[in-house]
Design a protein around this ligand. Structure first.
Ligand SMILES: Nc1ncnc2c1ncn2[C@@H]1O[C@H](COP(=O)(O)O)[C@@H](OP(=O)(O)O)[C@H]1O
Ligand SMILES: [Mg+2]
Ligand SMILES: [Mg+2]
Ligand SMILES: [Mg+2]
Length: 413
């Protein structure tokens, strides 16, 4: 074989460098395979942000997961909307005295069936299970009727998420598919089929929330908010979207770690065109609009008012149920989300936060617990290492945490 001319080495080196930049995940995986490196490789952002503009260059990481999650949530929202507008919601009280409805059961079954059709090996941490339906045939048949009716009007979209669930027994199996104990290894979805069930029953905001966690890190987040106005800049007040019958309501939010966040109109068929969303610049925290739960039992309105006042905030809080709060600050309609604990023992559930956290991070925000500690999603079904939640634009997050700590330590004296 003739010797390789020296310039060819440069050519090979250039090709290797270009693949490492353009396709880092594939590159490092291939290199690991060649070098027989067995340890788990980190998730690598597929390419620098400037290359994302040209979609023909490469496939975006988690593109399939994002599309599946968006369509699965969109289909589940068809079901939740039909229950929302009917007067009988089949409400039960769970052992922790919180409510659950036929909407929660139906939406969870539909979404898990979609996940399993595309990613059969993935685990799911879902809020609900099929125990009540197995014990009550009438309840089971009510939910089965709803599940059969909830179809995307676009048959390709419906097919891409597995098509209809085949039988009532398959529905129960899907519903029970959310029993994963979570953890920090591999791919685990966190699902809240109806977040803000109390808002759903009261005629307020609610959200259908789904996140994919990879090695315990929320990586893909999708939230459907059937009662939020589509306009990202619609003024936010505690009445936002309360009239579910009004035109133009229903938003679908999506985000992938390292790729930004979007909103689009929620439809009953194929996905609408996405719009990029970002948090509002907030040069002066005293001008902030802050969001909090409607339910005083879910977060301390008193502590939140004290924090706002110390930050010089004079605007009233916007009280809103569900992860619609994360969505609202991610699209710049509000600025801060404060969730201070009401009890020493309550552990926040991962499905109440995973999707919202990806959305806010990707829109330019930071989310931590009340003491500024990062949220640990990789230790089970709850955030047991954390207390409370603070979400804010990156530029003011540390300033807000200082004030939160002052308010909390003053309480201890
Ligand atoms: N004592 C408590 N402290 C904090 N969150 C609580 C709580 N009791 C219930 N929750 C959670 O609060 C969620 C609703 O949050 P919000 O007040 O922001 O709307 C509920 O979700 P579900 O409605 O899915 O059960 C539930 O998981
Ligand atoms: Mg609940
Ligand atoms: Mg919830
Ligand atoms: Mg719920």
């Amino acid at each position: 074989m003739p010797p390789i001319a020296p310039y060819r080495y440069f050519f090979f080196a250039a090709v290797i460098l270009a693949s490492a930049i353009l396709q880092p995940t594939t590159f490092f995986r291939a290199a690991a395979r060649i070098l027989h490196i067995k340890q788990h490789l980190p998730v690598v952002n597929p390419a620098p942000a400037f290359l994302h503009t040209n979609r023909t260059l490469h496939t975006m990481a988690y593109e399939k997961e994002l599309e599946l999650a968006l369509l699965a949530v969109q289909r589940a929202a068809i079901l939740t909307k039909s229950v929302y507008s009917s007067h009988s919601k089949g409400t039960l009280t769970k052992t922790d005295s919180s409510p659950v409805t036929i909407g929660d059961f139906g939406a969870q079954a539909l979404i898990i069936a979609s996940i399993k059709s595309a990613f059969p090996d993935d685990e799911v941490v879902g809020e609900e299970d099929a125990d009540d339906l197995r014990a009550n045939a009438d309840l089971k048949s009510l939910v089965w009727d709803l599940v059969q009716q909830a179809k995307l009007s676009d048959s390709a979209a419906e097919g891409s998420i597995g098509g209809p669930i085949k039988s009532a027994d398959d529905m129960l199996t899907a519903l029970d598919g959310g029993a994963s104990q979570g953890g920090n290894k591999g791919r685990i979805w966190a699902l809240d089929p109806i977040d803000g069930t109390k808002g759903f029953l009261r005629g307020g905001q609610y959200a259908v929330c789904l996140a994919l966690m990879v090695d315990g890190v929320p990586t893909v987040g999708v939230i459907g908010c059937p009662n939020l106005p589509v306009d990202d800049k619609a003024p936010l007040d505690s009445k936002t979207g309360f009239d579910a019958s009004s035109e133009g309501n229903g938003v679908l939010f999506g985000a992938v770690k390292g790729q930004g966040a979007t909103s689009r109109a929620l439809t009953d068929g194929k996905l609408a065109e996405p719009k990029k969303i970002t948090m509002s610049p907030l040069p002066d925290v005293s001008q902030a609009t802050f969001c909090e739960s409607v339910e005083a039992g879910h977060s301390s309105h008193g502590d939140q008012a004290a924090i706002a006042s110390k930050l010089g905030i004079t605007k009233d809080s916007v009280r809103m149920d569900s992860q619609a709060k994360y969505c609202s600050i991610a699209r710049g309609a509000g600025d801060l989300y404060l969730r201070l604990p009401t009890s020493k023992t309550y552990q926040e559930k991962i499905w109440d936060h995973a999707a919202g956290v990806v959305l806010v991070q990707e829109a330019g925000g930071e989310v931590s617990d009340a003491y500024g500690k990062p949220l640990n999603f990789g230790i089970g079904r709850t955030l047991k290492e954390n207390k409370g939640i603070i979400a804010a634009p990156k530029s003011v997050h540390a300033q807000v945490i200082e004030v939160v700590k002052e308010v909390l330590s003053a309480k201890k004296d």
